[in-house]
Design a protein around this ligand. Structure first.
Ligand code: 0WD
Length: 262
């Protein structure tokens, strides 16, 4: 018996095998879910379709979340092919490379709007498009990062977008609570992916967390996938409007000392 037997999930943000969403898809399949995917454009279509097949099957639909037309088309496709959804995973972010370093006050109006649109508004857009496809009691989750609530040098407007995303999670949880739909965020520790490597000094962040987190290690897409299974499953039936950390405990540190090797 899998924890997600009989559930259908739409997972966004699978770009390649290192994506956090790929780890989530692997864990969902292992627990018996049916999984569908989106890909942003033709450039990544083959890769996502290949991964979908490797992970255990599932359709992949074109959808650039910056387009309302694409979102409406996605909802139609899901309704046709899967009827309804029990789980929606938002694992999407985009920030111009020049805005992932330097001074926050140098962020351009365009760069700010783009970051907030793709990384935060897209959760509203996806939810609005899919609201009639989501079953009562469904689970929505979004990937966030500590930089939403604390200063992480160079994360800059990505952190500001995550602050908006976390607020959106809470407001959507309120909107959808009457239907028993839960909305949560997973705050993952740093993981080396195509997106995170755009952040100036990212390697240093990995070293810092690995050296000073209570668990003395970094986290993996598998760690995140396992928590996503819990949030997608009925085991988390009364958990909503929450930000759940999967970061080896790093967020709770108030001071860093040289730690002896375990
Ligand atoms: O350290 C990390 N990697 C962390 C990532 C720590 C904590 C949180 N996160 C978050 C990210 O901010 C993001 O929300 O996890 C989520 C997934 O990020 P990832 O797995 O690290 O990165 P990646 O594999 O690049 O996936 C993000 C994907 C895009 O990938 P590319 O590399 O092609 O930009 O978001 C998708 C796309 O698949 N994406 C879009 N999808 C549809 N429409 C769009 C778009 N307009 N833009 C980006």
């Amino acid at each position: 018996m899998g924890l997600l037997d009989g559930k259908t999930a739409l997972i966004t943000g699978v770009a390649n095998r290192w994506s956090i969403a790929t780890g989530i898809a692997r864990a969902f399949h292992a627990h018996g879910a049916r999984v569908a995917y989106i890909y942003q454009g033709e450039r990544v279509r083959d890769e996502v379709e290949k991964l979908a097949a490797e992970l255990g099957g599932g359709k992949a639909y074109p959808c650039d979340v910056s387009s309302d037309k694409a979102l409406a088309e996605l909802a139609k496709n899901i309704k046709n092919d899967y009827e309804s959804l029990d789980v929606l995973v938002h694992s999407i972010a985009f920030v111009k490379k020049e805005d992932l370093g330097g001074k926050v006050f140098a962020t351009s109006r365009d760069g700010f709007a783009l970051a907030l649109d793709i990384s935060a508004y897209s959760l509203i857009g996806l939810t609005n498009a899919l609201v009639n496809v989501l079953n009562d009691g469904a689970s929505i989750m979004a990937l966030t990062y500590l930089g939403a609530t604390a200063i992480v040098p160079n994360y800059n407007v990505a952190g500001i977008s995550k602050a908006a995303l976390e607020a959106i999670v809470r407001y959507l949880a309120f909107d959808l609570g009457e239907r028993g739909i839960r909305v949560n965020a997973i705050s993952a520790g740093p993981i080396s992916t195509a997106s995170s490597r755009q952040v100036a000094g990212f390697k240093g962040m990995l070293d810092k967390v690995g050296a000073s987190a209570p668990l003395h290690r970094n986290v993996t897409p598998e760690d995140v996938g396992n928590t996503a299974v819990y949030l997608a499953s009925d085991l988390s039936s009364a958990v909503t409007a929450d930000v759940h950390f999967v970061d080896a405990g790093y967020h709770a540190m108030g001071m860093f000392t040289e730690m002896p090797k375990a």
